[in-house]
Ligand binder design. Structure first.
Ligand SMILES: O=C(O)CCC(=O)C(=O)O
Ligand SMILES: [Fe+2]
Length: 264
């Protein structure tokens, strides 16, 4: 006899956190870590590892990738693993990636007025990136790739307006793009599949995020503290992000050396 009970095995714990109106699939989980966990992680980020770029500073763990996008296999520092990676496993964040868990973390720090140009994360990684935000809120801007714009708009027609001057303000498909995702401190943002490969993301180098509302922020209904933005503004403060990824190519050379030494 067929059972009418719901099949709990197929329940996806991420489903309630899907951001509507975007291509598959982005998820936003507010309060993914506690305030104590946030403070503890911030206190352990090594101050001597920062590399200063023009509009932010950055550090890579366990190391930067080689020129051909290979990771020299090594463990992530434990303050980046516990509790964050353990909690990823509960939600199955990396369950479909080759190594089933992240092996690389980029830490970015943005002071007020700093940002990152629109970009894609590229083919060095499996198409899953999980971003933990620390310290303060910030808006991530989501736009289409110019090539996609072209494909959609032209249909063989001539000039594409707006490609050279940045993304068009009009929606480019059935999805509400361009849009913004408001990342609160302690939240987790997960970007997968075509949202990873077909969209660009960036952070404007501005001092205040403005015009914040349910109509302009894709994840408004998932925010932990929307009342903090009821004036429609977020005056930026220093925000740190941890972006967890699974690098596809991992060299075991470093491990072999260490393994060889430990046999003696
Ligand atoms: O800080 C962020 O949320 C985005 C960082 C980012 O896009 C990157 O490191 O590739
Ligand atoms: Fe990125």
């Amino acid at each position: 006899m067929a059972s009418t009970a719901p099949n709990l095995d197929s329940f996806d714990p991420l489903f309630p956190f899907r951001i509507q109106g975007l291509p598959p699939t982005m998820y936003y989980i507010p309060n993914f870590i506690s305030a104590e966990e946030e403070a503890s992680i911030l206190s352990k980020i090594p101050s001597q590892r920062w590399v200063t770029l023009s509009h932010r500073r950055l550090q890579a763990h366990p190391s930067t990738l080689t020129n051909n996008n290979t990771l020299l296999g090594a463990l992530l520092p434990s303050y980046l693993v516990k509790p964050v990676v353990e909690r990823f496993n509960v939600f199955g964040v990396f369950k479909n990636t080759p190594h089933k868990e992240p092996n690389h973390v980029l830490i970015n720090e943005y002071k007020r007025g700093e940002g990152i140009m629109p970009h894609e994360d590229g083919a060095a990684y499996s198409p899953v990136v999980a971003t933990v935000s620390l310290g303060a809120p910030i808006c991530l801007e989501i736009t289409s790739k110019p090539a996609k714009l072209e494909e959609h708009r032209s249909g063989g027609e001539s000039e594409i307006q707006g490609v050279t001057n940045g993304p068009s303000p009009e929606p480019t498909s059935e999805y509400n793009i361009p849009t913004r995702i408001l990342q609160e401190p302690r939240s987790l943002l997960i970007t997968t599949s075509s949202a990873y490969s077909d969209l660009l993301h960036g952070i404007s180098s501005i001092e205040v995020d403005e015009n914040l509302s349910p109509d302009t922020i894709a994840n408004w209904s998932l925010l932990a503290e929307p009342y903090l933005f009821k004036e429609g503004r977020n005056k930026r403060r220093t925000r740190v992000s941890l972006t967890y990824r699974d690098v596809l190519k991992v060299s075991s050379a470093a491990r072999k050396v260490l393994g060889g030494l430990s046999k003696r």
